[in-house]
Design a protein around this ligand. Structure first.
Ligand code: ADP
Ligand code: ADP
Ligand code: ZN
Length: 226
């Protein structure tokens, strides 16, 4: 059962590929009943479905570059219009450019909402290649694992759902991670100052253990919704 929060929060998780955004967003979703909204997941679903946006995004994603703001914003707005987001959202991997951050502010303002916290998960670039290269997820429930850092209790069986099929992302290889880190520093890292100037920036140490980070994030959620 999830803990009660007094009002729906709007949280952003900022951090480079491998920082732990997806892992932590799923834990916050379970603990607080918030809804994880990952533009990476939405884009991969569009690619798999072969939609027009998906066809345009596929090669860009495989190269480790950022998909255009126009495509990402259209997908994000559709998802934000679904009723479950009224429970509060954890934006995972969005915004990733100043243009996206401004568009999000406008979208929220039009609904009388605002960002409660933009949380930067601080990590060492050098460690991110190993994080991303060892990542895999359960094909049935999406739970994330790592070859070294987060193995299922029973090898080959998902802890959450018992599934035995796992996926690795096409872009999770050492070559593409370099391009993704470059894109992060060029386009996304400036958002740290953007949110600091708006008084909503928080930081957590992303090099610590998964549960320790979850504890720090839980405290932030509890504070901003008090
Ligand atoms: P992101 O969504 O930011 O790209 P993920 O949450 O998918 O990152 O994490 C990347 C990989 O690193 C996954 O395989 C995950 O199991 C693992 N991981 C996540 N957080 C940590 C951590 N604090 N320490 C070690 N490994 C981690
Ligand atoms: P990670 O944080 O592990 O790098 P994501 O799943 O968030 O991965 O993103 C995977 C890819 O999808 C990115 O490298 C990029 O091509 C695309 N993408 C996801 N979210 C965005 C976004 N907000 N803006 C532009 N491109 C995005
Ligand atoms: Zn599973």
């Amino acid at each position: 059962m999830s803990e009660t929060i007094t009002r729906p929060a709007i949280l952003i998780l900022l951090g480079p590929p491998g920082a732990g955004k997806g892992t932590q967003a799923r834990m916050l979703e379970e603990r607080f009943g918030l809804v994880q909204l990952s533009t990476g997941d939405l884009l991969r679903a569009a690619v798999a479905a072969g939609t027009e946006a998906g066809r345009a995004a596929k090669a860009v994603m495989e190269a480790g570059d950022l998909v255009s703001d126009g495509i990402v914003l259209a997908i994000l707005k559709d998802r934000m219009a679904e009723p479950d987001t009224a429970k509060g959202v954890i934006l995972d991997g969005f915004p990733r450019t100043p243009g996206q951050a401004e568009a999000l502010d406008d979208l929220l303002a039009a609904q009388g909402q605002k960002i409660d916290a933009a949380i930067s998960i601080e990590v060492d670039d050098a460690a991110m290649v190993a994080r991303v290269s060892g990542r895999y997820t359960c094909a049935d429930c999406g739970e994330g694992y790592h070859d070294e850092f987060k193995q299922p209790v029973t090898a080959g069986t998902c802890d959450k759902c018992g599934g035995t099929t796992f996926n690795r992302r096409a872009d999770d290889n050492a070559e593409t991670v370099g391009a993704r880190l470059t894109a992060y520093h060029a386009s996304t890292a400036p958002l740290i100052a953007y949110y600091e100037a708006r008084g909503v920036l928080r930081t957590v140490d992303g090099m610590s253990a998964i549960d320790a980070i979850a504890g720090a994030l839980g405290e932030i959620v509890t504070q901003v919704t008090a």
